[in-house]
Design a protein around this ligand. Structure first.
Ligand code: AMP
Ligand code: GLY
Length: 422
């Protein structure tokens, strides 16, 4: 099959590696890809958000399966456009992608489907949101309804902080149209974990759990990021908790979406808060996580293309997924300054030496090829140093051994990835 992967992050590099392992893949294309992906796939210079150009390219080049990595093209309807052109896609329709594209839609859907989640209100007027915040008190959580690249959430520890968030999101519109509507919700305590399932419209096949590190600094301090590292399995998600997540969250959502005429297909990424053994759903994402995908693909031994096709074709029922028993861990290397301002174009060396450490794969998250074979930084999160080991401790030792071989003065990473589990 001719397969096109859409996106340019570490997630897409990990997906490309897994797809290349499948005997079903005859040609791999990536749009727009990065310098690491270029070693596995032919790069197509079309941005991930350009739904029209991607569809036209897929039609013109006889692409048979499009794997859509990020949320934006899904919310913009890339899967629908491809379906109309007779091309299979891995990823949900725009209607189903509203589970991520609109937090208000998602919360109302959870309420209809009976999924345990934080109590909430939806607001289109700042004054009404503020009155709700004053009535509820702090801590309280303020979220933009629309996509804000993972930044549209303020966990406020005081009423004043929550009121200021309403002003920034609705008044100053710091996230643009995403903040025209807000969700204000109850603060949930507990330990966070992510759970992934493949869905074909009717059947949900559990994948596994991952924990990530969202804060930029060691000890989970500093501003939120897209994720500075992750590991799988997540010890907090015991088999009993996994069963609760499937029964109480994933399956009611899949059934409800189908019953309402917007069947969900693709991977469903549940962000959960687990407190005293009880999971509650914080949010859904309609795609793999980045960097969560890197550790999932490091552990997956099943043929990813077969699974993606089964999700697209509605034939997941009766399938199983096989994993390596060894844990995997990824350390993200980011450009200094991230998640604030950072430089692009700095040179990165030592990648071959890093990749030579046993059990290690260096995935590119934000790179581009420079002159004379140089690899240049081209984003905030730049590398995902991923390792597998007999134990999580061994995976971590290997990942940091590889990190220390990377020669990049402008980069940094957290030194404590995996601390909760270790
Ligand atoms: P979200 O984008 O909804 O996952 O939110 C980003 C982060 O904010 C989550 O990973 C949590 O750490 C935190 N968060 C979101 N909602 C809540 C909540 N209701 N209670 C506590 N923390 C939350
Ligand atoms: N790492 C979190 C995300 O991909 O949304």
């Amino acid at each position: 099959m001719k397969i096109l992967v859409v996106g340019s992050g570490g997630r897409e590099h990990a997906l490309c590696q897994a797809i290349r392992r499948s005997p079903l893949c005859s040609l791999l294309l990536a749009a727009p890809g990065n310098a690491g992906i270029a070693q596995l796939a032919e790069l197509v210079p079309i941005p991930a958000e350009d739904v029209e150009a991607l569809t036209a390219y897929a039609v013109a080049h006889g692409v048979e399966l499009v794997v859509i990595g990020p949320e934006v093209p899904l919310v913009l309807g890339l899967a629908d456009r491809l379906a109309a052109a007779g091309i299979k896609a891995f990823g949900p329709s725009a209607e189903a992608a509203r589970l991520e594209g609109s937090k208000g839609f998602m919360k109302d859907a959870l309420a209809r489907f009976g999924v345990p989640t934080a109590a909430y209100g939806r607001f289109t007027e700042a004054e009404a949101a503020k009155a709700f915040i004053r009535a509820q008190g702090a801590p309280i959580v303020v979220k933009t309804d629309g996509l804000a690249a993972g930044k549209g959430v303020v966990v406020a520890t005081s009423v004043d902080e929550a009121l200021a968030a309403v002003d920034a999101m609705m008044g100053e519109r710091i996230f643009g149209a995403a903040g025209e509507e807000l969700v204000v919700e109850e603060f949930l305590a507990g330990e966070e974990a992510s759970f992934f399932a493949l869905v074909d419209g009717e059947t949900a096949l559990p994948l596994t759990a991952v924990q990530d590190h969202k804060r930029v600094g060691d000890g989970d301090t500093g501003p939120n990021t897209g994720g500075m590292g992750a590991y799988s399995p997540a010890p907090v998600v015991t088999p009993e908790i996994e069963a609760k997540i499937m029964e109480r969250c994933i399956l009611p959502t899949v059934r409800g979406m189908a019953a309402e005429g917007r069947p969900y297909r693709g991977v469903l990424f549940a962000g959960l808060m687990i407190d005293k053994g009880e999971p509650r759903l914080l949010e859904y994402n309609v795609r793999f996580g980045d960097p969560e995908c890197q550790v999932l693909m490091a552990r997956l031994t099943s043929d990813i293309v077969e699974l993606m096709l089964a999700a697209a074709n509605g034939t997941l029922a009766g399938r199983t997924v096989a994993w390596r028993s060894e844990p995997a861990l990824v350390v993200v290397m980011a450009a200094k300054g991230y998640p604030g301002d950072y430089r692009k174009g700095t040179a990165i060396g030592g990648l071959a030496a890093a990749g030579a450490v046993e059990g290690v794969t260096v995935l590119h998250a934000g790179t581009k090829a420079g002159e004379a074979g140089k690899i240049l930084a081209n984003g905030g999160r730049v590398l995902g140093v991923t390792a597998i080991g007999a134990t999580l401790a061994e995976a971590r030792t290997r990942a940091y051994r590889a990190v220390d071989r990377v020669d990049w003065d402008d980069g940094f990473c957290r030194r404590d990835i995996g601390w909760r589990a270790l």
